[in-house]
Structure formats: structure tokens, C-alpha cells
Ligand binder design. Structure first.
Ligand code: GRF
Length: 201
């Protein structure tokens, strides 16, 4: 049986699309069983619908209780019985209730080489700092912001005439390749975390 993926999204869903495309091959070892979004009407959710994948949209209303939202998110995800939860451009932090149920099997992708430039503006921060190489990082989610044990990283060269948009576009291309390859390996072989070090069997 292929590993069951629930993918959480907020935006354009190009990382999601890469997973949807990869999982059409039975040898890939994983299938997207549901997509959840923290916003209504995202392009990512449209992509899921087009692929015939069940979706749920769970925005966090202004002034709403964050812990309740987090618990509801965990319930919705749980109803699809995932082996692995993939945060693919999901712009919210998962909280204690979520991690109590899905910690150790929730992974996230970040458009910078951790531990540099955590947070919402990885490409922009890397460009502003003047680094010559940045990239993307796939990690096991913990309580911090982009701090969890690292599953994979991929480098991307910064060009002299880059804007944060052009840089982010190249990072996303490398990020998708890394995400697809690594999720497939995890689905087929599993992974172990030993302190900060992760091994994919
Ligand atoms: C990715 O670069 C992700 O790492 C970042 O936002 C982007 C999401 O892109 N947090 P998409 O929604 O998968 O197209």
C-alpha cells in the first residue's frame, strides 16, 4: 500500500503539484489522500480539486482561539489517517495539539539553507544578507520556526541580478525536486531521527 500523505498548503501549490504528479506513478510509494488549506480559495486547493483529491479549508478567523484552531486542524488531518503530513508552503505554525498527534511524521519545506534565514522571508533575507549560495531545506517539524531535524537540503546559487522573486523561483524548482525525491524515499523506506541527525534507510 502506498504511504498516505495529507498535504497542507496556503498558496500557489507548486510543491503540492509536484507531489500529485509524482504519485501518479505506483512505484513512487506515496499518494496524496487529502489537501488542507488555512485560506479559502487558494490556487493550491484548485490544483487538488482538479486532481480529484479531497480538500478542506480551515482559515483561522481574526481573534479566534489559536489552540482551538490547532486542535481542529489535527482532527481534520486525522480523519484522513495519514502516514505522513507534508507542509508544502503552509504559512502557519502547527501548535501543541497538532504536534502531540503528528509530531515525528510532519515535515516542512523552507526556502533557505537552515539554520540560516528562518521565517517567512527566506529568499529576501538571503538576498539582503548577500550570500552567494542559498537553497531549500526539508525538515521534521518541531515547536520552533524552521528549526526541526533536517531530512534534506539543496543548494541554489544567488545571481548578481537576482530579485527576491527570481531567486525564489529558482529555489522553488530545486525545492520541488528535493521534496519529491525525499518524500518518495521516506515513503518507501522510512526515516529515523537521532537527536538532530536524520537517516533515511
Ligand atoms: C515554497 O517556496 C515554500 O517553501 C515557501 O513558500 C513556497 C510555497 O510555494 N514557504 P507553493 O505554494 O508550493 O507554490
Amino acid at each position: 500500500m502506498p504511504a498516505r500523505l495529507v498535504v497542507l498548503v496556503s498558496g500557489t501549490g507548486t510543491n503540492l503539484q509536484a507531489l500529485l504528479d509524482a504519485s501518479t506513478d505506483p512505484a513512487y510509494g506515496a499518494t496524496v489522500v487529502a489537501v488542507g488549506a488555512d485560506r479559502v480559495g487558494t490556487p493550491a486547493v484548485r490544483r487538488a480539486r482538479e486532481a480529484g483529491v479531497p480538500v478542506f479549508e480551515l482559515p483561522l478567523a481574526q481573534g479566534a482561539d489559536r489552540a482551538e484552531w490547532d486542535a481542529e486542524l489535527a482532527d481534520r488531518v486525522s480523519s484522513f489517517d495519514p502516514d505522513l503530513v507534508v507542509l508544502a508552503g503552509f504559512m502557519k505554525l502547527t501548535g501543541p495539539a497538532f504536534l502531540a498527534r503528528f509530531g515525528g511524521r510532519t515535515i516542512n519545506t523552507h526556502p533557505a539553507l537552515s539554520p540560516s534565514f528562518p521565517g517567512m522571508h527566506g529568499p529576501q533575507d538571503a538576498l539582503a544578507y548577500g550570500v552567494k549560495v542559498t537553497g531549500a531545506t526539508l525538515f521534521v517539524v518541531d515547536e520552533g520556526v524552521d528549526t526541526g531535524p533536517i531530512l534534506a537540503q539543496t543548494p541554489v546559487r544567488v545571481l548578481d541580478d537576482d530579485t527576491s522573486e527570481s531567486l525564489h523561483e529558482r529555489i522553488k524548482a530545486a525545492e520541488q525536486e528535493m521534496l519529491v525525491a525525499t518524500v518518495g524515499r521516506i515513503a518507501r523506506h522510512g526515516f529515523t531521527v537521532n537527536g538532530r541527525r536524520v537517516t533515511i534507510a
